[in-house]
Design a protein around this ligand. Structure first.
Ligand code: GLC
Length: 558
């Protein structure tokens, strides 16, 4: 169901890409009270600027990353499972949306007890998805299109079907005997934590009869934790990393990487884990232009993952926004929304780059988190695309894909349903067979085909927003300045690179329009509206802003 606000889409400025530059045509039919002075700034060749920003070691700071659940993205052989060939055939669709890089959920062989986060072999491809040759072909085709490919690297644990674990559990004397964390009792004074959450079981210790000992697992019991105190494990996992780097992957999303080592008193980012991450970074740094992003398990700050800003992660998810954005959007206070970004600025070392999400394979679909209020997830995405950081779009978010109601592995599957490419039931362009899991709700209303043809669709909204970011360094790496407005419902901030400044305005109030003044904003020039709809007027050093209910806008002021 669409909220009434979606019918206000006619007030959204249409951004058309014309010969590499942005032309803006407002199709608003409402008359504005005053006509503020507007500016037109010289427009550089944005396509060339984008190419420059996305080339070299800092590419990840300017890229738009897209998380793909390969199993649900595109089936190429009618078996109902998405695969690598299918994904490769969709690269042009992703490119045309404005995607620069992919993050693939685990693609390695797996018994699928945790949707692939239970890896049975670090150096092969899940046969459901294809072969190593298919993966190499994906890399070639992505790189041909100047797209990067990052893969999930799950190092904290393996599957209980991994050869290392099968060997390890077989006796106390085999070559892999100490590759996992073993104890004579279902506890260990040196391991001061249980399972990661109740979802993964009540006890973190499971008996292996063959050894008459218990092994430690923070996730499902089929996911034994590796013992990083064994130098052989450190070597084997760094070798696995090199295996993928040698094939040409551009980087990794590192799964629960803070949990590698345990101690009696702490299990998250203890000094030994940080040392390992530094070794991992050194491996990446021995290849050109590779980047890694941490799945932080500290949901209030990822500062710890960056080290000195150069020796640990390139990026880490800022979950203080990402997992919790639903909270500020259910109120009207701009300061609550801004806080996670200000915290990053003050806590993270120089060089740190936030990775920004509004959904993932682990949490509810953005549609759900926004309680089905369209203007809410659109504004959540708007913040994701305009605050400092690298946006990671979870596949289908650009369509406002609805949640499903079938759990094959667990209830996180509600957000892992097949992509909807066409309006044609029953396969919706995803498969000619029977999908491995049913589609989310109302697929006929959320297809790429249908939304592409509708200028007011969520897809069109994403595409326009990504086009505005493109080739503008201010968004990926520019300075953030939050402007204090005398109306607490208005979010107003600037993003500035060396030679350009943008003003971003948004309303937290979904019911009424708001006007406020940012005293002493000292904007460097008059506004040129690039996206959305709002009125911004400079008056001396002050700036007056009027935003519609749930409104949003991007202006250029320099
Ligand atoms: C991460 C993954 C999640 C998985 C867990 C264990 O949190 O995102 O899907 O269940 O790690 O690997």
């Amino acid at each position: 169901m669409r909220s009434p606000l979606s019918s206000a889409a006619h007030t959204v400025a249409l951004v058309a890409l014309v010969a590499g530059s942005l032309a803006v045509a407002s199709c608003s039919s409402s008359s504005k009270p005053t006509t503020p002075p507007s500016a037109t700034y010289p427009e550089p060749d944005r396509a060339a600027a984008a190419t420059k920003l996305l080339t070299g070691p800092d590419w990840y700071r300017h890229a738009v990353v897209y998380e793909v659940n390969v199993r649900s993205f595109q089936d190429s052989n009618g078996d109902g499972l998405g695969d690598l060939k299918g994904l490769t055939s969709r690269l042009d669709d992703l490119k045309s949306l404005g995607v620069d890089a992919l993050w693939l959920m685990p693609i390695m062989p797996t018994p699928f007890k945790d949707s692939g986060y239970d890896i049975a072999d670090y150096q092969a491809i899940n046969p459901d998805y294809g072969t190593l040759a298919d993966f190499d072909a994906l890399l070639v085709e992505a790189h041909k299109r100047s797209m990067r490919v990052m893969i999930d690297l799950v190092l904290n644990h393996t599957s209980d079907q991994h050869a290392w674990f099968k060997d390890s559990r077989s006796s106390k004397t085999n070559p892999h005997a100490d590759w996992y964390v073993w104890s004579d009792t279902p506890s260990d004074p040196n391991v001061g934590c249980g399972t990661f959450s109740a979802q993964f079981g009540a006890s973190a210790w499971e008996l292996a009869k063959e050894r008459n000992q218990y092994y430690f697992h923070r996730f499902y019991k089929q996911q034994p934790d590796l013992n990083y105190r064994s130098p052989a494990v450190v070597k084997a996992t760094l070798d696995a990393t090199r295996f993928w780097l040698d094939r040409g992957v551009d980087g990794f999303r590192c799964d629960v990487i803070g949990l590698l080592f345990e101690s009696a008193t702490a299990c998250d980012m203890i000094p030994e884990t940080k040392d390992y991450i530094r070794q991992l970074r050194a491996v990446l740094d021995s290849y050109p232009d590779r980047a890694m992003v941490a799945e932080s398990t500290n949901y209030s700050s990822a500062a710890d993952y960056f080290g000195d800003g150069k020796d640990m992660f390139h990026m880490a998810f800022n979950f203080a926004y990402g997992y919790f954005w639903g909270i500020p959007f259910s109120g009207t206070l701009s300061s609550t929304l801004e806080q996670p970004f200000l915290d990053s600025q003050s806590k993270n070392p120089l060089g740190a780059q936030d990775a920004l999400v509004i959904g993932s394979h682990d949490v509810a679909r953005a549609y759900d988190s926004a309680q089905s209020i369209e203007s809410r997830w659109r504004r959540a995405a708007f913040v994701q695309m305009t605050m400092p950081g690298t946006p990671y779009v979870y596949y289908g978010e650009e369509l406002a894909l609805r949640p499903g109601s079938t759990a094959v592995v667990d209830n996180r599957d509600y957000a892992r349903t097949p992509m909807v490419w066409t309006k044609a039931a029953p396969g919706y362009g995803f498969t000619t067979g029977t999908p491995w899991i049913p589609f989310g709700d109302v697929p006929e209303q959320t297809s790429v085909e249908g939304e592409k043809a509708d200028a007011s669709s969520n897809y069109a909204f994403y595409k326009q927003l990504l086009a505005v970011r493109r080739g503008r360094a201010a968004f990926g790496t520019g300075a953030l300045k939050v402007l204090a407005v005398d109306d607490p419902s208005i979010v107003l901030f600037t993003r500035s690179s060396a030679d350009e400044t943008y003003v971003i305005a948004m309303s937290m109030d979904e019911t009424d329009p708001h006007t406020g003044t940012a005293a002493g904003a000292a904007l460097p020039g008059d506004p040129q509206l690039l996206f959305g709809d709002a009125t911004l007027v400079r008056s001396g050093a002050d700036a007056k802003i009027t935003v519609a209910a749930a409104g949003m806008a991007i202006f250029r002021v320099k």
